[in-house]
Design a protein around this ligand. Structure first.
Ligand SMILES: [Cu+2]
Length: 163
């Protein structure tokens, strides 16, 4: 009799531990998707090239097709994104670049620094360009604090003529 009682107790204990294990499993399955979500949200905000919807950059002057004389005064516009000096990564900020006759820089690529790729790393929003007479393609390219391009979406290309 004692033996039977013990066996029954052991079975009950096993069942109890089984159902414990089951409920533990359920809890961890429920938690897993929530944790994944949190991780991907963090990664999105860690994206060094993330920016607000509606952000854009554009030439205020000169305008597309304009005939101008050198030095060419350029006003660089930015909307829904902040112009700050280069050096630090910060969400939804960056600085302007003017690219002469080369077009935009693909997203994530570092903007070169040479005669055709001019950085305005102090956060400038205007400049004077010395240009020989001729036709030019000017691209305004926005990039983050490490000069990584925000891509074509945050650029504008216009053609001008310098007399
Ligand atoms: Cu730069």
């Amino acid at each position: 009799m004692k033996f039977q009682t013990l066996t029954l107790a052991a079975v009950v204990a096993m069942m109890a531990s089984c159902s414990n294990a089951d409920s533990n499993n359920e809890v961890s399955t429920e938690e897993a998707p929530a944790m994944e979500e949190a991780t991907s949200t963090n990664m999105q905000s860690d994206d060094p090239l993330a920016y607000e919807e509606g952000a854009r950059v554009f030439f205020m002057t000169p305008t597309a097709g304009e005939v101008v004389s050198s030095p060419v005064h350029v006003d660089m516009g930015a909307e829904n994104i902040e112009v700050v000096p280069a050096g630090e990564l910060s969400y939804n900020t960056g600085h302007h670049h003017i690219i002469i006759n080369k077009g935009h820089i693909s997203k994530g690529e570092t903007v070169p620094a040479d005669e055709q790729h001019i950085h305005y790393g102090q956060g400038q929003v205007e400049t004077e360009l010395e240009l020989e007479p001729g036709n030019y393609t000017l691209t305004l390219q926005f990039a983050n604090g490490l000069h990584q391009s925000y891509g074509e979406a945050l650029s504008e290309t216009i053609e001008i003529t310098v007399e």
